[in-house]
Design a protein around this ligand. Structure first.
Ligand SMILES: [Zn+2]
Length: 243
């Protein structure tokens, strides 16, 4: 088992020691843990815990956590510190609304000039998804299906877009843990249909398939249900009933 695999197989606070990691590397590893659903929404993270886990200074950890908070992946709470984000149903609807605007255009642009190397990378990625599904390796499968969407953004050659998609995808992973009945990855076969449309240069079909896919993901999240009542709100309500 290589260093990378050992790191992602461990949940906090048992990250492998990784001497001299940069702020970007720490962020990447935390995002990877989110993509594999190894970090739960609301999980508390402290600078001290991460500094020990990564064997770096608290300053480096603070910078990484500040960037993740800027992107909405971590939430800073007074007197608590930082917790992994817990996107509400409304926030998740907003995230999916952006994804439905952006991602069909990404695949449309890729299909407009399908390159052999790009299609080969997408095909290789689909093969990895297939293998993880066959092995029943759920954590890897969830990460790979999320990374499929990031690979499309990367192949579109727009760094800002890739950054935006990384945040949106991480929040979608957390929303799935909170709101979906099944903590499942993207539905099987739909990624393959999108790649096939890109490969033959059919932009309209690729965009339509991506929209269909994201609607499928959204449907599984049951976002039309009411927000769960917070314990504090419930306590206030039950207090009023007694009066
Ligand atoms: Zn997908």
């Amino acid at each position: 088992m290589d260093q990378e695999t050992r790191v992602v197989n461990d949940t906090l606070p048992r990250f492998e020691k990784s001497h001299g990691k940069s702020e970007a590397e720490i962020r990447r590893r935390i995002l990877k843990a989110v993509f594999e659903q190894r970090m739960r929404p609301g999980e508390r993270l402290t600078e001290e815990q991460l500094a020990t886990a990564f064997d770096v200074s608290r300053t480096v950890v603070r910078q990484a956590m500040a960037r993740l908070a800027q992107d909405g992946i971590l939430e800073k709470l007074p007197n608590v510190g930082s917790t992994v984000a817990s996107p509400s149903r409304k926030q998740t609807r907003d995230i999916l609304a952006i994804r439905k605007m952006v991602e069909p255009e990404i695949v449309r642009s890729l299909a407009a000039a399908p390159s052999g190397p790009a299609v080969a990378r997408l095909r290789a990625h689909l093969l990895q998804e297939f293998d993880a599904r066959k092995r029943g390796d759920r954590g890897t499968l969830v990460r790979l299906t999320g990374e499929f969407h990031l690979l499309l953004a990367e192949l579109a050659g727009n760094e800002l877009l890739t950054h935006l998609m990384t945040g949106l995808q991480a929040l979608t992973c957390l929303a799935i843990l909170l709101h979906a009945e099944r903590e499942d990855a993207c539905p099987p076969d739909e990624h393959g249909t999108i790649v096939a449309a890109i490969e033959v240069g059919d932009g309209e079909a690729a965009a339509a398939q991506m929209l269909h896919h994201l609607r499928h993901v959204e449907k599984d999240l049951h976002l039309d249900r009411p927000e769960p009542e917070s314990a504090l709100a419930w306590l206030r309500g039950s207090e009023r009933e007694r009066i």
